[in-house]
Design a binder for this molecule. Structure first.
Ligand SMILES: CC(C)(COP(=O)(O)OP(=O)(O)OC[C@H]1O[C@@H](n2cnc3c(N)ncnc32)[C@H](O)[C@@H]1OP(=O)(O)O)[C@@H](O)C(=O)NCCC(=O)NCCS
Length: 178
């Protein structure tokens, strides 16, 4: 039986994460990541291991106080369809719940996978503007062909349909710039 382990990423995982994500990106199935972006965000990542061998990765980015994003979820071809993608996604969603996030979204080409995890396809325009911050660095900026998917973890009674703007940080004073 295979020994499958899902764990938080360490800096030593940066190289295999980059190799996997960027090799899949050359096949046009996901977007590439720069070394700096993975190093800086390594605390966002989970890693899957099979019999002690690196087999996949996935990250949860916090976008705003009410929404997170699953990013760079990938399983090496030889380990796909073994349930690793689901196990990593379930852990990322559990982390989102622990953090108190009400919604989690992703941009993807594999809507079928995300639909199996309870996500639904949504219009890009229904997402908060902040989600698109990273799009500025994307090679497909202005010609995005990824599908937006969203999973609601908690319905907030006061704002069932918030539309394109995220919750403001009410009552938080902004820093004064002199
Ligand atoms: C998408 C990916 C992460 C799925 O990982 P995986 O470990 O192979 O998936 P799992 O075995 O956990 O599958 C979970 C469920 O999703 C389904 N699924 C997996 N890949 C799918 C796909 N491409 N299309 C439709 N459904 C898919 C599985 O059949 C399974 O359904 P089941 O539970 O009813 O049997 C993996 O195929 C991958 O790395 N693909 C290339 C990179 C990519 O596209 N990443 C997403 C970028 S956002």
């Amino acid at each position: 039986m295979l020994d499958i382990k899902i764990r938080k990423a360490r800096v030593g995982d940066v190289e295999p994460i980059l190799e996997l994500v960027n090799s899949l990106a050359t096949d046009q199935v996901m977007l590439p990541r720069s070394p700096a972006s993975v190093v800086e965000k390594v605390r966002d990542f989970l890693v899957a291991e099979v019999d002690g061998v690196f087999a996949g990765c996935g990250a949860l980015a916090i976008i705003w106080t009410d929404i997170g994003e699953v990013r760079s979820i990938a399983v090496a071809p030889e380990f796909q369809k073994l349930g690793l993608g689901r196990r990593m996604a379930d852990e990322l969603l559990a982390e989102a719940e622990t953090l108190g996030l009400a919604r989690v979204m992703a941009f993807t080409y594999v809507t079928g996978f995300f639909e199996k995890l309870g996500f639904s396809v949504v219009d890009h325009a229904s997402l908060p503007h902040k989600v698109f911050n990273d799009c500025l660095n994307c090679p497909k900026f202005n010609k995005c062909d990824e599908v937006a998917v969203l999973k609601v973890l908690r319905e907030d009674e006061d704002s069932p349909e918030r539309g394109p703007l995220s919750l403001p940080l009410a009552g938080v004073p902004l820093p004064r710039i002199r």
